[in-house]
Design a protein around this ligand. Structure first.
Ligand code: PEP
Length: 255
């Protein structure tokens, strides 16, 4: 079992004052959990603040999106090089809140995934189905299409040392997390899908679960064989709750 990874997704929350308090308290409270990796994905304008406050700690920081292009006339976009300028080492890609609202295609998401890897950032690729798709029993087909687009464009080897976060859309921000069995079943499916093409990449890939993770359900989720940690939205904005989730990860993670 590999070291657990817990990623905070702050979404569009925070300001300079609140972030300072939150990060300072993350640093203090998460200090004992040396056997896990914690990452904080902040809104773009606060990358410099994250770099300043986290630079001397074990907590890594990253962004919640990046441009598929490197430079040019793309008003409002932020490139991977710009993220690296602020010490970011991770980037969330294809979060459903973006994919839906900004009509991101699987191909666009795949290009961003490749762009991150090419420039030395670890991408956290979000995949997952809607409630209608789950109820129709097509969730694996939906997730397979999201992953296969990347395999077809760049080959399965690209997944080595990257992160996929399985985020059933019906579980995000709803308080209704997937059960550990539902999550494990999809995580196993994802790993197998990549393993068919590249066994080593599938083993080196981390698969997080995201969707209403909280201190009460974290242990049951993280203990599952193919769940390598969590992507945490709402509970990452409350240090006590985030600490509870990190504690759960630390209890299970190899020391
Ligand atoms: C997320 O935004 O990726 C997420 C999992 O949110 P929440 O934890 O609030 O469901």
């Amino acid at each position: 079992m590999s070291k657990k990874l817990v990623v905070a997704n702050w979404k569009m929350h925070g300001n300079l004052v609140v972030n300072q308090q939150l990060i300072t308290s993350y640093v203090q409270k998460l200090l004992p959990f040396k056997n896990i990796q914690v990452v904080v994905c902040v809104p773009y304008p606060y990358l410099a603040q994250a770099q300043l406050l986290l630079g001397q700690t074990d907590i890594a920081w990253g962004a919640q999106n990046l441009s598929k292009d490197i430079e040019g006339a793309y008003t409002g976009e932020v490139s991977v090089r710009m993220l690296k300028d602020f010490g970011a080492t991770y980037v969330i890609i294809g979060h459903s809140e973006r994919a839906t609202a900004y009509c991101e295609s699987d191909e666009n998401i795949a290009t961003k995934f490749m762009q991150a890897i090419t420039h030395g950032l670890t991408p956290i690729l979000c995949v997952g189905e809607t409630l209608i798709e789950r109820e129709a029993g097509v969730m694996e087909r939906v997730v397979a299409k999201q992953i296969d687009t990347i395999i077809q464009m760049y080959g399965a080897g690209i997944f080595a040392d990257t992160v996929i976060s399985y985020e059933p859309i019906w579980a995000i921000g709803t308080g209704l997390a997937a059960t550990p069995d539902q999550a494990q079943s999809m995580h196993e499916f994802i790993r197998n899908r990549i393993s068919i093409h590249d066994k080593s990449a599938a083993q080196r890939l981390k698969i997080l679960y995201g969707g209403s993770v909280n201190p009460q359900n974290a242990v049951q989720l993280f203990v599952m064989q193919d769940i390598d940690g969590g992507l945490v939205g709402r509970c990452s904005l409350n240090t006590d709750e985030f600490e509870g989730i990190c504690r759960a990860a630390s209890e299970i993670s190899p020391s």
